[in-house]
Design a protein around this ligand. Structure first.
Ligand code: BES
Ligand code: MN
Ligand code: ZN
Length: 488
């Protein structure tokens, strides 16, 4: 699938299908007025016969003499039409097109005058939604010819004012596709080794990129006890993958992104129940998100220095596995009593956070499918951001609003810290039932004491269900954050 900008009018455009939006009770707009006479006549007839009034959800297909389809989409009332509506409408319409016989489509949904959405944002949302709707997982599935998607070209109407918005969204969608691939790829194939290879291929494709991979031996020598404790129950050996992108001056401190890369989370000796355990293949979606953000940053040539840290580890029960009661010394030197081997994400992240600080990053942001409690708190609509650094939560909330990929803040007040107290180590790895997402954040905060840092729990947003799979969230928000930083 390829995404392109087009400046052509609906009449000039030769795509198999042209998609245009019309608000309720409008007989025409500046786009329908540019259609061929044949189409305009059909539209007038359909409106006259009350087949179409522009109500939200309504659609009507017109045909040009050459067989080209013009799809008119009802947008409802402009007063009520939100950015969410534009994204959802585009996604729905293009999903249908993707399943049709059309090989190319030109989208003009963003080109009407909205009351509540500005042009640039509309272009971004429509581009992202169209790309998202045409993604199809194919890596381990064979399609019969008649079940292959025909659509291979999407054109997005773009004038001078929103050419940059299109460029950004197209770059972001490349990152999102990488993230969705990694998330959906099965855990027997998407191993720590595979993630390392995938990252290596990205780095080798660009001259401003570098890669460094630590193996088990090196991590052992360094003393990454918490990460290695999780890894020791699996035959798939762990990796620490570090991707570097030099898009700015050498003397500029990098932005560091850390992504939880548990390639499969059985829970370990504190074994998870069987139902839906397969979904724990998505437990590397933090890693997939930061790799996706890296892909987008490189694609967009952002003027920033970026470092992406991915601890890639499998959490399995085994004769060598770590157990509840174990006391582990982390890379920071702080000791951790393991009271639940299923709280493994924070174990691999704490060592990675300590390691990342050795590179003097301006800020560190970690992303993780860290707690089931986050899904209870915010559902599937927003990721949770936690930070002790002034202003950072606002930056993520703002980036999320800008690009339809929301986050919401949970507090990291010190009063929660005591839930991690234990008689046998500096801390335990679980904080009990109350505020499970926050106490996980508190745990991580102990490893970032003198560092600007934010933690984002993406357990509710990284995947939808078994059918839809990985969403690619929150790559759009993350890249928008990087774009905003690059302009600040
Ligand atoms: N990967 C899970 C969190 C998770 C569970 C995300 C379900 C999305 C859906 C994480 O490693 C985990 O198991 N967390 C435990 C923590 C608990 C033992 C303190 C949890 O949330 O139950
Ligand atoms: Mn777990
Ligand atoms: Zn996990």
């Amino acid at each position: 699938m390829s995404l392109h900008a087009t400046e052509q009018t609906p009449h000039q455009n030769k795509a198999d299908q042209i998609i245009i939006g019309l608000f309720q009770d409008q007989k025409s707009n500046k786009l329908t007025e540019q259609l061929s006479d044949v189409s305009q006549k059909q539209l007038a007839d359909r409106i006259k016969h009350k087949d179409f009034s522009g109500q939200s959800g309504q659609q009507v297909t017109l045909y040009n003499d050459n067989g080209q389809q013009v799809l008119l989409v009802g947008l409802g009332k402009n007063d009520d039409f939100s950015a969410d509506d534009l994204y959802d409408t585009t996604h729905k319409v293009i999903s249908t097109t993707a399943g049709s016989r059309c090989t190319s489509v030109a989208v003009y949904l963003q080109a009407v005058d909205f009351k509540h959405i500005d042009k640039q944002q509309a272009t971004k949302l429509v581009t992202l939604a169209a790309s998202h709707a045409t993604y199809r997982y194919e890596d381990t599935k064979s399609f019969k010819d008649d079940n292959k998607h025909a659509l291979d070209r999407i054109e997005i109407f773009t004038d001078k004012d929103n050419a940059e918005a299109f460029r950004l969204a197209a770059g972001i969608s490349k990152g999102i596709n990488a993230t969705r691939h990694l998330g959906n790829y099965p855990p027997n194939l998407c191993t720590p080794k595979y993630i390392a290879k995938y990252a290596t291929d990205i780095a080798h494709g660009h001259d401003k990129c570098d890669i460094d991979i630590l193996d088990k031996k090196q991590m052992k020598k360094m003393g990454m006890g918490a990460l290695l404790a999780v890894a020791q129950g699996s035959h798939n050996k762990p990796r620490m993958v570090v991707l570097t992108y030099n898009g700015a001056d050498n003397n500029k401190d990098p932005i560091a992104l850390v992504g939880k890369g548990i390639t499969f989370d059985t829970g370990g000796i504190s074994l998870k129940p069987g139902a839906n355990m397969d979904e724990m293949k998505y437990d590397m979606c933090g890693a997939a998100s930061v790799i996706g953000a890296f892909v987008a940053a490189v694609e967009l040539n952002l003027p920033i220095n970026l470092k992406v840290f991915v601890p890639a580890v499998e959490n399995m029960p085994d004769g060598k596995a770590y157990r509840p009661g174990d006391v582990i010394t982390s890379y920071s030197g702080q000791t951790i009593e393991v009271l639940n081997t299923d709280a493994e994400g924070r174990m691999i992240l704490c060592d990675t956070l300590t390691y990342a600080q050795e590179f003097n990053p301006e800020v560190i942001v970690d992303l993780a499918t860290l707690t089931g409690a986050c899904v209870v708190a915010l559902g599937h609509n927003a990721a949770a951001v936690m930070t002790k650094t002034d202003g950072m939560a606002e930056e993520f909330k703002q980036a999320g609003e800008q690009i339809h990929d929301r986050v919401w803040e949970l507090p990291l007040w010190d009063v929660y810290q005591k839930q991690l107290d234990t008689s046998f180590a500096d801390m335990k790895n679980i904080g009990g039932m109350p505020a499970g997402t926050i106490t996980a954040g508190c745990f991580l905060s102990r490893f970032t004491k003198d560092q600007k840092w934010a933690h984002i729990d993406i357990a509710g947003v990284a995947w939808k269900d078994k059918k839809e799979g990985a969403t690619g969230r929150p790559v759009a928000m993350l890249v928008q954050y990087l774009i905003n930083k690059s302009r600040a």
